[in-house]
Ligand binder design. Structure first.
Ligand code: SF4
Length: 375
């Protein structure tokens, strides 16, 4: 595994785009079949009412974004979503819950059963549930979890401008806990939050230092949702996305590079450039699951045009075996686990929190938006 200095990544990132693109495409071809793209389906198993203050997220309870919230889905619903995802060509299902951290309770027991059921359907199963202890990671691994998503979001320096309710160190520890349990890690970030090039490079450098490196690196473009502290952020250009994807592909040569949130704002030509730059995974939104819809049809038309086919499950790693030990709650069930809460004030987060408070008091109309693009 080649190691990178921050200076080397900086040099790479600032190369003329056509040079960077060519180099990234060459690295991609050395490590992957460039005509295969992994299709993952995202299922929001618990939406909204989150206690955290991530400045980009419409699911934070403290902002007035008007999203539809839901408590934890039933096992039956998740099984149906898994069947629909598989029928639509997805090889992986990623279940997201808007929790600060996992707790050893009935809800977690239910999530473990969801993991098992999807694994038994021969789907790669991924979860994104917030912070995770080592024992919780082991239970997930025993239930058949293949991947755990926990994004760094940005550099350690800029993280303080995005979130005040948790620390960067806890993110790194959660990733470490998942790795130690033998779960593959999915971790990346978001462009367009007001960060500088150095922050994008810093995040990539931190990811490259992980051992093992994340098997999957999502690169998101911010979807600026009204009511969040980042509602006024400018849309990220396709050139920035291509540059970041290409740099990620070269630095993290054997990882999947995941073209994630923000894809719906891109043209087909823009997405084709991202695939050329080494992106080899996409998220297919859950809205396409029940019936074929324009999003799904559009994705397949694009794949056909480009000669791309969906990647089969477990192409780059074995299917996890289920160990019934996942049913046993650990000692931690009785302990109060301490995660950090820096609690510094971020001006734009505070302003949006105050606006939401005023709205609850009836000083503004509550906002109504139609959907959430989960990151
Ligand atoms: S990104 Fe996750 S942790 Fe942060 S507010 Fe949204 S749901 Fe909560």
């Amino acid at each position: 595994m080649r190691t990178w200095t921050k200076e080397e990544i900086t040099e790479l990132y600032h190369k003329p785009l056509m040079e960077l693109l060519y180099e990234a495409a060459s690295v991609h071809r050395k490590n992957f079949d460039p005509l295969e793209v992994q299709v993952s389906t995202l299922v929001s198993i618990k939406t909204g009412n989150c206690a955290e203050d991530c400045g980009y997220c419409p699911q934070a309870a403290r902002y007035n974004t008007g999203i539809d919230t839901n408590e934890l889905m039933s096992l039956e619903e998740v099984i149906q979503k898994g069947k629909d995802a598989k029928a639509a060509g997805s090889s992986r299902v990623c279940m997201g819950a808007s929790w600060r951290n996992v707790k050893e309770d009935d809800d977690f027991d239910q999530v473990l059963e969801m993991v098992r059921s999807l694994n038994e359907m021969d789907l790669e199963v991924c979860c994104t549930l917030g912070m995770l202890t080592e024992n919780q990671a082991k239970r997930l691994a025993n239930a058949g979890l293949y991947a755990y998503n926990h994004n760094l979001d940005t550099s350690e320096e800029y993280y303080k401008e995005v979130i005040s309710t948790r620390g960067y160190e806890d993110r790194l520890n959660t990733i470490d806990n998942a790795s130690k349990a033998g779960i593959t890690v999915c971790s990346g970030g978001i462009l367009g939050m007001g960060e500088k090039d150095e922050d994008r490079i810093g995040m990539l450098y931190t990811l490259s230092l992980m051992n093992p490196r994340p098997a999957s690196v999502p690169i998101n473009a911010l979807v600026a949702v009204e009511g969040t502290p980042m509602e006024d952020q400018q849309e990220v250009s396709i050139w920035e996305m291509v540059r970041m994807i290409a740099t990620t592909r070269i630095v993290m040569d054997t990882s999947y590079v995941r073209l994630s949130a923000g894809r719906t704002q891109m043209t087909d030509e823009g997405q084709a450039l991202c695939f050329m730059a080494g992106a080899n995974s996409i998220f297919a939104g859950e809205k396409l699951l029940t019936t074929p819809n324009p999003e799904f049809v559009g994705d397949m038309a694009l794949f056909n045009n480009l000669g791309i086919k969906p990647m089969p499950a477990y192409k780059h790693g074995p299917k996890p075996q289920i160990n019934e030990a996942y049913k046993e709650r650990s000692e931690e069930a009785n302990e109060k686990i301490k995660w950090s809460r820096p609690g510094h004030k971020i001006e734009r987060n505070e302003a949006k929190k105050a606006e939401a408070k005023a709205s609850r008091k009836g000083e503004f109309e509550p906002r109504k938006v139609s959907s959430v693009e989960k990151i």
